[in-house]
Design a protein around this ligand. Structure first.
Ligand SMILES: Cc1cc2nc3c(=O)[nH]c(=O)nc-3n(C[C@H](O)[C@H](O)[C@H](O)COP(=O)(O)OP(=O)(O)OC[C@H]3O[C@@H](n4cnc5c(N)ncnc54)[C@H](O)[C@@H]3O)c2cc1C
Length: 433
């Protein structure tokens, strides 16, 4: 029996308090039409529900073309289950390369290589694919939700400037500053980290004159350590307006995220260029500089996790449920997993309340784990950076396993020999670049 498909049983037992047409589909209202909102819409539709999405922005969200990395098995699951189109371009690589600037010089030194299979996506193309998969849901653009209430029957009421409508389930997918979160987890305040992140996506033209760096990026994603922070660099598919406009490997952007502390009083936006000039190997500083100021956005880093993410009929998804420091590369991943979980509980649970409670227990625990991991990563990779130039393969492996503290994460694939305890690596030696 399922919550979404078997409305007669759910209503007969009074779990949603609905009266009227007991055979009608479950009604789900989603607040926010970004990654989490569109993924929740796909989940609801696949579970047989009637879904309405309210999105505050009038603009096409596809224009937010930054990089998003997801684990390959999740990508395969989303394609297999109809959330993503198999034709959505991705730029998969299997290796993470750690670099730093050679002391006293301007060249790069490779510290280590780790097995790290990832599926880099373009945020805008990911959103577009989810939006298309959601199909004919009611997607209301330019429709900010002004309040969420509850009917005497137990259903949620979503109110906008134009109307109020009742839903069996209300999904708060309204992002990191979620107003819905305040109803589910009142009093929760995001905890700021003492540093910022600059995020950019720049045309591959910025790599003209840097063929070694381009070749490296075609097979790996790069972490560049410097005193007081690090940057990550990886290729993502370009959109229709980038490169040759196609969907093949010829159309790529270079995505980056650089973590560090802008000095007091400095204009944080352009500071990434100074930081790169001071600490990066010359080639990487040049690449960031060529990206221009237009390409980069500077965000404060903060995290928060709602201790509960469901209070029927409300539930939280994506950043509304919890925001982790971006080092874990899991904000969108979590939103996608939230959707898969929502579909599963709606399909396999007899009544809506129990379905949402199951969702809440599972997803809050996953969020807590990621927030803790993000803090450990931020501490180790920005707040108390190691002496990068003294490190080699073994030191990076040991140090990073310490950061993971016995947990598993998709950005680090444990080598079989290490898992077995031998410590041997059998990898190409780390060398100069
Ligand atoms: C530097 C950086 C790197 C990252 N890298 C990765 C990565 O590699 N992998 C990964 O998985 N994640 C990554 N993330 C995280 C990821 O980008 C976010 O977690 C994800 O985009 C959040 O999606 P969302 O739908 O929950 O929230 P949002 O995208 O913020 O969407 C919320 C939506 O709700 C709408 N909204 C808000 N209020 C209302 C209202 N009242 N009424 C109607 N609509 C409303 C907004 O307009 C918005 O469209 C990264 C983040 C950063 C900052």
């Amino acid at each position: 029996m399922c919550a979404a498909g078997c409305r007669r049983a759910a209503t007969a037992t009074g779990t949603t308090g609905r009266t009227g047409d007991v055979a009608a589909a479950l009604r789900i209202g989603v607040i926010g039409g970004s990654i989490a909102g569109c993924a929740a819409a796909v989940a609801g539709r696949r579970a047989g529900a009637d879904v309405t999405v309210y999105e505050r922005s009038r603009a096409d969200l596809q224009e937010r073309g930054f990089g998003i990395v997801i684990p390959p098995p999740l990508h395969a699951e989303l394609v297999g289950s109809g959330y993503l189109d198999a034709a959505m371009p991705t730029a998969p690589v299997g290796t993470r390369v750690w670099l730093t600037r050679r002391p006293g010089g301007r060249s790069a030194r490779e510290l280590a290589r780790q097995s790290s299979p990832v599926t880099p996506c373009n945020w805008g193309l990911l959103w577009r694919s989810l939006r298309v998969s959601a199909g004919p849901v009611r997607y209301l653009r330019g429709r900010p939700v002004t309040s969420v209430g509850r009917e005497g029957s137990g259903r949620g009421v979503i109110t906008t400037a134009r109307s109020g409508e009742a839903y069996d389930v209300v999904v708060g997918a309204d992002g990191h500053a979620s107003a819905t979160r305040r109803l589910v987890a009142p009093g929760l305040r995001p905890k700021p980290a003492p540093y910022a992140v600059w995020r950019g996506a720049i045309p591959l033209g910025a790599l003209t004159g840097h063929p070694r760096e381009l070749e490296l990026l075609r097979g790996a994603w790069v972490t560049l350590g410097f005193p007081g922070g690090h940057g990550i660099f990886y290729l993502i598919p370009g959109g229709p307006q980038d490169g040759d406009g196609g969907t093949g490997p010829g159309n790529r952007l270079l995505a980056y995220a650089v973590y560090g502390r802008p000095p007091e009083g400095a204009d944080p936006g352009p500071y990434v260029h100074e930081l790169a000039k001071e600490h990066f190997p010359a080639a990487w500083a040049d690449i960031v500089a060529r990206g221009g100021r237009r390409a980069a956005a500077c965000h404060p880093v903060a995290d928060a996790q709602a201790p509960r993410v469901a209070r029927p009929p409300l539930l939280l998804a994506g950043d509304a449920a919890g925001v982790t420091r971006p080092h874990t590369a899991t904000g969108a991943v979590k939103a996608l997993q939230d959707a898969l979980c929502l579909e599963r509980v709606l399909r396999t649970t007899a009544d809506v309340r129990t379905a949402l409670e199951r969702y809440g227990a599972e997803r809050a625990a996953a969020g807590v784990h990621l927030v803790e991991l993000g803090r450990r990563m931020g501490h180790a990779m920005v707040e108390e950076t190691p002496d990068w130039p003294t490190m080699g393969q073994r030191e990076v492996d040991v140090w990073f396993r310490g950061v993971l503290a016995g947990t598993r994460h998709y950005l680090y694939e444990e080598p079989p020999e290490t898992a077995a305890g031998s410590g041997g690596r059998g990898r190409a030696p780390a060398g100069p670049m």
